[in-house]
Write a protein that binds this ligand. Structure first.
Ligand SMILES: NC(=O)CC[C@H](N)C(=O)O
Length: 206
């Protein structure tokens, strides 16, 4: 579907739905909210925003989206998960709730609230593979990190070695596996739509 304006859904159960939609529009897509299976059926790709992965996992069940979403991901629908969205897309979560559901669309193990309770939120500049135009300013909010990535997963960004990084230095915070993209941070909050552009490009190529 190269060169067309793709229709990209934003999972609208929780989180920065409007912000993601605005960034997608700026990046050349048409954004629609997805809350029902019929809405999911009509999109070319899906953004899963941040929020609380335990709650979002429960709401996916309540809104009867869990099976249709798994099915579309299995069929290759492109998806971009930010923060809690990254957790949902992962194969496995550490420090999650035993009953939280995984979509298993990314061959990664993520650690929830990985940066520790003292570090609720922080910001920093990251080099992200595939983004032109210099480092990306990234906002982390009770963020996960990728503890382990499978062979088919491209690591796009890691926490840099700085004096304050401590045990977080080198941790993986952005990944791509085929048509599935995920960031531990919130690119919808900084006014820089490069990550959304990358995702719109993935959808157009699919
Ligand atoms: N900003 C976020 O999405 C936070 C994620 C949240 N800590 C979770 O476990 O799902």
């Amino acid at each position: 579907m190269t060169n067309q304006r793709p229709v990209i859904g934003v999972l609208a159960l929780q989180g920065d739905v409007r912000e993601h939609a605005a960034m997608l529009e700026r990046a050349g897509a048409r954004a629609v909210a997805v809350r029902r299976p019929e809405e999911l059926a009509g999109v070319d790709g899906l953004v899963l925003p941040g929020g609380e992965s335990t709650t979002m996992s429960r709401l996916l069940g309540v809104f009867e989206l869990l099976d249709p979403l798994r099915e579309r991901l299995r069929e290759g629908m492109p998806a971009f998960g930010s923060c809690a969205g990254m957790i949902l897309l992962a194969r496995q979560v550490l420090d999650g709730r035993p009953d939280q559901e995984q979509l298993d669309a990314l061959d990664v193990v993520v650690r929830r609230n990985a940066f520790g309770r003292q570090v609720d939120s922080f910001e920093g500049d990251l080099d992200v593979t595939g983004l032109d135009g210099g480092p990306l300013h990234a906002v982390f909010i009770r963020a996960p990190w990728v503890e382990k990535a499978g062979d088919g997963v491209d690591v796009l960004a890691r926490i840099p070695h700085t004096s304050e990084a401590g045990a977080a230095a080198d941790r993986i915070v952005a990944v791509r596996q085929g048509t599935v993209l995920a960031t531990a941070f919130h690119p919808e909050l900084t006014g820089d739509e490069r990550v959304h552009r990358l995702f719109v490009g993935i959808v157009q190529e699919t």
